[in-house]
Structures are given as C-alpha cells and as structure tokens.
Design a protein around this ligand. Structure first.
Ligand SMILES: Cc1ncc(C[n+]2csc(CCOP(=O)(O)OP(=O)(O)O)c2C)c(N)n1
Length: 332
C-alpha cells in the first residue's frame, strides 16, 4: 500500500474506531437493503423501492463530514443517507412497511424518509425537484447566519433536468453553502448515461455556472470523505457552492420493479469486484486495523440491528384510518 494511503488511514480524525465505524455503517446499509429487497419480494412493502447496494461508500464518506446542525436533502434512493445520518433504523424499516411507527408515520414510504431533528429534509421523488429546495435552504442559512452547510444528493439523470441548471445558477449567484453531490452510477432507470447526457463527466456541468467541481472514486469511502471535507469547508467558509461527482455503480436494478434487461452481466460483475465494502474491509485488514474477531463482531451487530428493525416493524400497528388526511399540509 502506498505511504500516502497509510498516512491517510492513520491520519488525524481518522482513528481506528472511526474507521471501523465506517465499515459498520456501510455493512448495516447493505444488510438493511438486502432485507428490504427480500421483504418487498414477499409482498410486505408496497410502492417503489430503490435500493442503494454498491453506493454505500458515497453516503458514509460524505455524511461523515457534516456537523450536527448541517442539513441533508436527497432524492428517492435515500435509505443509505438516512442510515448514515443516524435515523432510527427501526422506524426506517417500519416506514417501508407502512406502519404508524415509521419515520414519517407510514405516510411516506421508501422515497420520503425525513427527520427534522437530524437535519434530514427528505427523500424527494421528482428527479432534480429538490435541488431548488437545497438552494432555498442554503439561502435561509446565510440569511439567518446559521452557517449550516446543505448536502444535496442526486443522480446523474438529474443533471439533464432544467431544475439542475436553475438551481446551480442561483446557488452561485447567491453564494449559498450547498454541496451538490451527484452520484453518477452510470444509469438513470434503464438508460445508460451516454444515451441521456451529452457530456459523460457530470462535474463539467458545474463549469458554466462558475462552481468549482471535483470527480471522485465513489467506491472508496475515504476518497469520498476527503473530497467532501474540502467541499464542505469551502461552503462553510462562505465561498459558495461546490459540486462533487461521485463515480459509483448500483449493483441492483433501478427499483425492485426493474427486470434489468439493459445491462451486461459482465459489467455488473466487473463493478462488483470493486465492492466498496469488500475493498475497505481488505484495506483495514491489510493495515492491521481489523482482526477476524472485530469483523465477526461487526457482522453480528449489524445482523442483530436489522433483525430487530424487522421485528419492530412487523409488530407495529398500521396507521389508523383517521390519519388518512393528516400531515398533507404542514401547520405554519
Ligand atoms: C421529473 C421526473 N421525471 C421522470 C421521473 C421518473 N424517474 C424516476 S427515477 C428516474 C431516473 C433518475 O436517474 P438518476 O438521477 O441517475 O438517479 P439514480 O436512480 O441512478 O440514482 C426517472 C427518470 C421522475 N421521478 N421525475
């Protein structure tokens, strides 16, 4: 291993406990997603279910750079970000099952995880629709002098939508503290990125708006963390928005309803060789930072958390019918 990587692993702020926690979080997300997929197949989850398998390094690396009072807003592939941000796992699973104990009382489902107390402002289903909201949050942060950085996550597909350019334009104009994080997983539903986007480098799309940008390996949790740290510092200093393109890959279909007929199995297998969890685990082992016993413990703990989340969700009541029209409009 290169000396710089060793230094990075052992560097300040990245002690062994933090590194093992990254592995723990990525594995927890993976297991939560696998279990959700299984429950969906058994008819326990209704509506759409977009899984995050393969992209775990992005959520864990990026979220690890946020301060407690910072804000997070994402698109519909939101479970990984919610878990990394610390949303209650039991209530997330209950939300998927549409239960009253769910993170939004069973009214939102998979695409609409939300927890104001942790600065997680959704889970939004309309492609690129939340980018202007992120700009508004950043504007409010500046206006109220709150110094909140807003991490706004979306896919490569969103960069082809008009909202994207409107949001980036206003973000630069108003110098808002928004980190735009584009997860380029090479597909938007069944469409390969080269069929939908005139440029294959999403980071270049920030240039016309004068926003600094960086492309980063999304299969490497520490690389994502390093790049996001700089982006967040830039925004926190008052230098305005930053754009990160995280190159990643989703191992499963767009949603559970996707028969995945549009991509080569060999391509999927090739990317699976770069599984962010396996790679990070091997790296820690090689550095002598992860013993077989510690790995066993992480496996056991993450298994138990998911089992408990399913038990909690299954034993929870359905929302009462009288709640049907509640929470459609917020009380001002
Ligand atoms: C405005 C709008 N158009 C179309 C859709 C249907 N739709 C849902 S997800 C999606 C693909 C988006 O792909 P991408 O932004 O790359 O995110 P990924 O799913 O790859 O994470 C589309 C077209 C939508 N939800 N909103």
């Amino acid at each position: 291993m290169e000396a710089s990587t060793v230094a990075k692993i052992a560097g300040p702020g990245l002690d062994k406990k933090t590194l093992l926690n990254f592995l723990h979080q990525m594995l927890l997300i993976r297991k939560f997603e696998d279990k959700s997929g299984e429950l969906y197949a058994r008819g326990k989850i209704a509506g759409f279910l977009h899984l995050y398998n393969g992209q775990e390094a992005s959520a864990v690396g990026a979220i690890s750079t946020l301060a407690e009072h910072d804000l997070l807003i994402t698109h519909y592939r939101d479970h990984g970000y919610a878990i990394a941000r610390g949303l209650d796992l039991n209530r997330c699973m209950a939300e998927l099952l549409g239960k009253a104990t769910g993170i939004v009382k069973g009214h939102g489902g998979s695409m609409h995880f939300f927890d104001v107390s942790l600065g997680m402002l959704g889970g939004w289903a309309i492609v690129a629709g939340h980018l202007p909201l992120a700009v508004g949050l950043g504007l409010a942060s500046n206006y109220l002098g709150k110094q909140q950085v807003v991490l706004c996550v979306f896919g490569d597909g969103a960069t082809n939508n008009g909202y994207f350019h409107e949001a980036l334009n206003m973000a630069k104009l108003w110098k808002v503290p928004v980190v735009f994080l584009c997860e380029n997983n090479l597909y938007g539903m069944g469409t390969a990125v080269h069929r939908a986007s005139a440029t294959l480098e999403m980071s270049r799309k920030a240039a016309p708006h004068g926003i600094p940008a960086q492309r980063v390996d999304g299969m490497d949790v520490l690389a994502v963390r390093e790049a996001t740290t700089k982006a967040v510092e830039h925004a926190r200093r008052g230098d305005g928005p930053f754009f990160l393109e995280v190159l990643t890959y989703r191992f499963r279909g767009h949603s559970m309803a996707d028969p995945i007929l549009y991509r080569d199995k060999a391509e999927v297998e090739e990317w699976k060789q770069r599984d962010p969890i396996v790679i990070f685990r091997q790296r820690l082992e090689k550095e002598g930072l992860l013993s077989p016993q510690e790995m066993e413990q992480i496996e056991r703990e993450t298994d138990e958390l998911v089992v408990e989340a399913v038990r909690f969700a299954e034993e929870s009541p359905d929302p009462p019918l009288t709640d049907l029209y509640k929470d459609i409009y917020a009380d001002p």
